[in-house]
Design a protein around this ligand. Structure first.
Ligand code: BES
Ligand code: MN
Ligand code: ZN
Length: 493
């Protein structure tokens, strides 16, 4: 994680290893003009020669620019001003981050937050710039040899913020911590990131923040609570399950908001074993858990004036002699019976007990879960939007808005009862799969049965939680969306 600080210097006079300035196609920004002026029109010549036109996605590192104190100037193309919006801004900041992480420097300073972005204020620009550059500089290290003798790495980022962007910086720090927490947990291999490890991580959060309360339920307590679905999924694994419950009180006597995250530390599919090609990335099946822990951490760091609980059912889904099987009927905490028709639809089984438990115990004023729940959601929305499901229009609207504001977007899909007969079972109250069509919808509908009477929304993050491929990392989504939603809730009290 980068350390962020404000800078009030001019781009041409600042004492920094690298000054980062933006240029539009056909127009300079204030910081670029300042550099161009002291450098005798150097940037104008680059533009006129076509060497650097300001096209979106382009960057150029200049060395020893005459008249400029910083030894390096990083030019960042902002594209055409007419097309410039929040997304273009964040993309340009991310491109700057991609270059900065490859330079042998420990710090840099960016004047990008001075650039006006339609629909957004200075706090947003500072925060978004800081987070985009931090995101680009993320590197997984947990199981790699220490990078001894490597070139220095970017650790500090100054942001030309103006006097009034302190709140933006503060939010950037908290969000960067939350996102980093989610990405590190997501990337950690499943032999290390077990249910017990997730619980240990929650303990670290609780230990570092007096006032945060942690409870970790083990198998025996889940048995007493009748959590037959959660326990069934856990039954094939040598790594025993945990039910993690974090509580933060910053909102007096108000009912809490609640976050619940799917924590399947590895999803083999169970007896319905996944084939080669479908299992390799299933260490990321705990990204829902990681993201609610990250959002909780961000909310606590910001000392938001709300009460908040965070509940994580953590299990591993393995085939074994003790595993649950297709056609088993499970008795859930809510008293609803479930026929297992596919052991690979395990996320909804651990969530149904965790959701019912959260509703009963905390009676939250709103409950949001995040889960890498269905491949069908990836087919529907790809990697750009999380699937959002809620019967509550106001809650759905809040979450969609938080997603746009944080550039961590969700898209609403239906939760209509029209789909309900797909979940009918001859042997239990409900089946755990709904057949071929509308897989993301039937999964969400399954969950809805266990949150009746509570304002609830579900985020299917199967497409957004990690970047696929051998070198794909966890993205940290939807930490920005969830944290923004909580910030908004605290501010709208
Ligand atoms: N963790 C998977 C969902 C998943 C699949 C996420 C691919 C990201 C990429 C989930 O537990 C699962 O296996 N879902 C099944 C459900 C099916 C058996 C009804 C799926 O989507 O295939
Ligand atoms: Mn599965
Ligand atoms: Zn899964």
């Amino acid at each position: 994680m980068l350390e962020f600080s404000p800078s009030s210097a001019g781009a041409e006079t600042a004492d920094t290893p690298c000054a980062v300035v933006g240029l539009f196609e056909g127009a300079m920004t204030e910081a670029a003009s300042a550099i161009d002026r002291v450098a005798g029109g150097a940037l104008a010549r680059l533009r006129d020669s076509g060497d650097f036109t300001g096209k979106a996605g382009t960057t150029l590192v200049l060395h020893g620019v005459a008249g400029v104190k910083a030894p390096r100037v990083l030019l960042v193309g902002l594209g055409r001003r007419e097309e410039f919006d929040g997304h273009a801004y964040a993309r340009a900041c991310g491109e700057a981050g991609n270059v900065l992480k490859g330079l042998p420097i420990k710090s840099a300073a960016a004047w990008l937050p001075q650039v006006e972005v339609p629909g957004h204020d200075a706090d947003w620009r500072v925060r978004t710039c800081a987070l985009a550059i931090d995101h680009a500089c993320f590197r997984y290290t947990a199981t790699l040899k220490p990078a001894n003798g490597d070139a220095p790495r970017l650790a500090k980022l100054e942001l030309a913020a103006g006097a009034d962007a302190g709140r933006g910086l503060e939010q950037a720090r908290a969000l960067a911590r939350g996102v980093a927490c989610a990405r590190e947990l997501g990337c950690l291999p499943p032999n290390l990131c077990t249910p017990a490890h997730l619980a240990a991580q929650a303990k670290t959060i609780a230990d570092e923040h007096p006032g945060v309360k942690l409870e970790v339920l083990e198998r025996e307590q889940m048995q007493q609570l009748g959590m037959g679905a959660l326990l069934a999924v856990a039954s094939g694994s040598a790594n025993p399950p945990r039910l993690i419950v974090l509580e933060y009180r910053g909102g007096g006597e108000a009912k809490p908001f609640a976050l619940v995250g799917k924590g399947v530390t590895f999803d083999t599919g169970g007896m319905n074993l996944k084939p080669t090609g479908s299992m390799e990335e299933m260490k990321y099946d705990m990204c829902g858990a990681a993201s609610v822990l990250g959002a909780f951490l961000a909310a606590v760091e910001l000392k938001l004036a709300i009460n908040l609980v965070c509940v994580v059912p953590a299990v591993e889904n393995m085939p074994d002699g003790a595993s649950y099987r297709p056609s088993d009927v499970l008795h859930t905490h809510a008293g609803i019976t479930v026929e297992v028709l596919n052991t690979d639809a395990e996320g909804r089984l651990i969530l149904c007990d965790a959701l019912a438990y959260t509703c009963r115990r905390f009676q939250p004023q709103a409950l949001v879960d995040a889960a890498t729940l269905t491949g069908a959601c990836v087919i529907a929305l790809g990697k750009h939007a999380s699937g959002l499901f809620s019967a509550d229009d106001a809650l759905a609207e809040q979450l969609l808005r938080a997603g746009s504001e944080s550039l961590d977007r969700a898209w609403r899909l239906p939760l209509w009862n029209d789909y309900r007969n797909q979940l009918e079972s001859a042997f239990a109250d409900i089946a755990n799969i709904g057949g071929k069509s509308a897989g993301a919808v039937t999964a969400a509908l399954f969950l809805s049965r266990f949150t009746e009477g509570t304002r609830w929304a579900h985020l299917d993050i199967a497409g957004t939680a990690w970047n696929e491929g051998r070198k794909g990392y966890a993205t940290g989504r939807p930490v920005p969306l969830l944290a923004q939603w909580l910030i908004d809730r605290a501010e709208s009290r």
